[in-house]
Design a protein around this ligand. Structure first.
Ligand code: PRX
Length: 635
């Protein structure tokens, strides 16, 4: 029996049982057999959920890039590691072999060192999906610097917050980025962000769009000349198992975005193991995940998971509808993609378009399909299954979070029978449970409750950068001795899980996690706005869209409401990014509040969902009369 590569349902159950019965032996065997360690661990696991603590492979030493690159050189040196598919299909695809990747990562790592970056320093990476994004991440990891990738769709304000929170010494960016038929001035956004980010000493600039940009002397450097003169080899920095590998920010329901900190050994082991099984990757396969590396999916399943397994992974710079809605399928045909991994929102958008965009291309290379980021509805699941998978390509509905590092609940293709919309069974080592409102675990099936995990797993985030108390409060305080995910889920009679969505004030729009508080803060900065509240409502492509209820100050009342709506969305774009724009903005004289002054979002949510027949008990409200007004003017 192979516990690293699971090939049958019987094997899965055996491996799963072992992983629960004796987790330390289980993970020790996985770690021993499949990775390069510079020093063996002293202890596999140490944990205490009441302090929100867990360490894995304590005492071990390694470097993740030695596992991702160097160890493949003797056997896979000339194998393609990265396929770079540019935004414009007319531009040449690049195939970067493991040997070339090694050289480029080493040169980049030497440039980082020359610019004063040392082990433990934080480096912010704000780049489009070009090879330098992957290479700069790996270069940081090679020398022990902690990367903080910020999705290049975030605004200057959002970027600034993330740079300052973890005090990055350097920013790596490009002159601009191509997205469909748009060119975005990335360097201009960085310049704006750095107006108030004194921690940043150096900016490295990749030339991509050849746009005219400002270079701040002494701070900004073009990357290429530095690379050209950099030495082509760079020894690895030997890291401790629990040394931080990266920080990645995710929205919370309140306050600042949370800098989730992931460490080295456990993250590597878990991402490698899940990648191998969830995608059933075989040596000659070409794997493509359409996410951006700026999200956790990209970190774990475009970069680290595939590369540790010596895979060929596609990096796509563009968007699904440029030059037309056939672009994804054209790429699948061109590179004979075997595993294709995307988000439900993309599937819904693609399914709305004419079938001829799919039918033009040969998709027979596809062996495994995947989705991630939000619940997939049944209609989208069937379209994916029938039209893309031709009814014979298993779909992995994979559930995970920025916090979990790797995939937690997912079918294993060709092993786990799938049911539309169900993420099915926990991965080996993962012990999910459902909790009721009273804080009791719900035993038996079927069950419906709050999704928690009751035992640590290697790739879990270790803390929120600089704020362990917040980590503890957010994830380990709602239910005693359990990690609380913030999601609701149901479990059917056979033990299959279906994730039903967030149970907190995080709203998932087009697969992106958005907290209501930062958006409300942005709206409230408008001089005509007194107060606001955001809720989600169903949207047939985005999954959820945002509905804003806004109270205007007296000065705002006389203004043109359409102009105000535009200004509010402009402000949100500046403060957070275009992904957080509101689809509907309703101006109102008040918001339903409890006697303690808390906004009753439940009521606002129902109105946005057009479910006004049963609003529940509104008698405890401070201002019940406002509810009728909101219903009458609902959009
Ligand atoms: O609500 C869940 C949803 O996405 C959240 C995590 O978002 P983020 O940290 O941005 O990571 C995105 C995924 C890489 C979860 O709390 N989610 C993720 N996958 C699924 C999902 N909801 C339902 N089904 C999924 N497969």
């Amino acid at each position: 029996m192979s516990q690293y590569h699971i090939k049958s349902l019987e094997e899965y159950f055996q491996v799963y049982r072992k992983s629960i019965r004796d987790p330390e032996t289980f993970w020790e065997e996985i770690a021993e057999e499949n990775f390069i360690w510079r020093k063996r661990w002293d202890k596999v696991l140490d944990w205490n959920f009441s302090n929100a603590e867990a360490t894995w492979f304590q005492g071990a030493q390694l470097n993740i890039t030695e596992n991702c690159i160097d160890r493949h050189l003797p056997t896979r040196g000339n194998k393609t590691a990265l396929i770079f598919e540019p935004n414009n299909p007319e531009e040449k695809t690049q195939h970067i072999t493991y040997k070339q990747l090694h050289q480029r990562v080493c040169q980049f790592a030497n440039v980082l060192k020359e610019k004063g970056i040392k082990r433990g320093d934080r480096v912010c990476i704000y780049l489009p999906m070009i090879p330098e994004l992957a290479i700069s991440i790996l270069a940081c990891a090679r020398i022990g610097a902690i990367h903080n990738v910020v999705f290049a769709g975030f605004s200057a304000t959002a970027l600034q917050t993330r740079i300052n929170d973890c005090e990055c010494k350097m920013v790596i960016t490009s002159d601009g980025s191509f997205r469909g038929n748009k060119t975005i001035d990335l360097k201009g956004i960085v310049d704006e962000a750095l107006k108030n980010a004194p921690c940043v000493e150096t900016v490295l600039v990749v030339q991509r769009t050849h746009s005219k940009i400002e270079m701040n002397e002494g701070r900004d450097f073009w990357l290429q000349p530095l690379l050209d003169s950099a030495y082509k080899d760079c020894a690895i920095e030997v890291m401790d198992a629990e040394d931080p590998l990266f920080i990645l920010y995710t929205s919370g329901s309140t306050g600042m975005p949370k800098g989730m900190m992931h460490t080295t050994a456990g993250y590597m082991v878990y991402c490698a193991y899940t990648f191998k099984n969830v995608f059933q990757y075989r040596e000659e396969d070409v794997y493509w995940c359409t996410a951006d590396i700026g999200w956790i999916t990209g970190h774990s399943y475009i970069l680290y998971g595939p590369l540790v397994n010596g895979a060929t992974t596609v990096l796509f710079e563009g968007v699904p509808n440029y030059p037309d809605w056939g672009r994804f399928w054209q790429i699948v045909e061109k590179h004979k993609v075997n595993q294709f991994y995307t988000a439900p929102t993309a599937i819904r958008a693609l399914a709305k378009e004419n079938l001829s965009f799919v039918e033009k291309y040969n998709l027979s290379s596809l062996k495994v399909l995947g989705t991630v980021g939000e619940p997939i509805n049944e209609e989208a699941w069937h379209w994916y299954d029938d039209i893309i998978g031709k009814g014979n390509t298993p779909i992995g509905d994979t559930w995970r979070q920025t916090e979990t590092g790797g995939i937690m609940i997912s079918p294993i293709p060709f092993v786990t029978p799938t049911i539309p919309t169900f993420a099915t069974l926990p991965f080996p080592g993962i012990q999910p449970c459902l909790m009721d409102e009273k804080g009791e675990e719900i035993n038996g099936n079927p069950a419906n409750g709050r999704l928690c995990v009751k035992f640590p797993w290697p790739s879990m985030a270790r803390t929120i950068w600089g704020n362990h108390q917040r980590y503890k409060d957010t994830y380990f305080s709602t239910f005693e001795n359990k990690y609380f995910t913030g999601d609701g889920a149901l479990r059917d009679n056979t033990g299959y899980y279906r994730i039903t969505g967030r149970v907190d004030d995080v709203i998932i729009v087009s697969g992106h996690n958005l907290g209501t508080a930062p958006i409300e803060d942005a709206i409230n900065e408008h001089p005509a706005v007194a107060e606001s509240a955001i809720v989600g409502f169903p949207h047939d492509v985005k999954g959820n869209a945002l509905y804003g209820y806004v109270i205007l100050k007296e000065t705002g009342e006389s203004r043109n409401h359409d102009n105000l709506r535009k200004e509010i969305n402009q402000l949100i774009t500046e403060k957070i990014g275009p992904i957080a724009k509101l689809d509907k903005i309703q101006f109102t004289s008040g918001l339903p509040k409890t006697r303690s002054g808390k906004i009753m979002r439940r009521i606002l949510r129902k109105i946005a969902h057009k479910e006004t027949s049963n609003l529940g008990d509104t008698s405890t409200l401070l201002n019940p009369e406002v509810v009728q007004e909101i219903i009458e003017n609902a959009l």
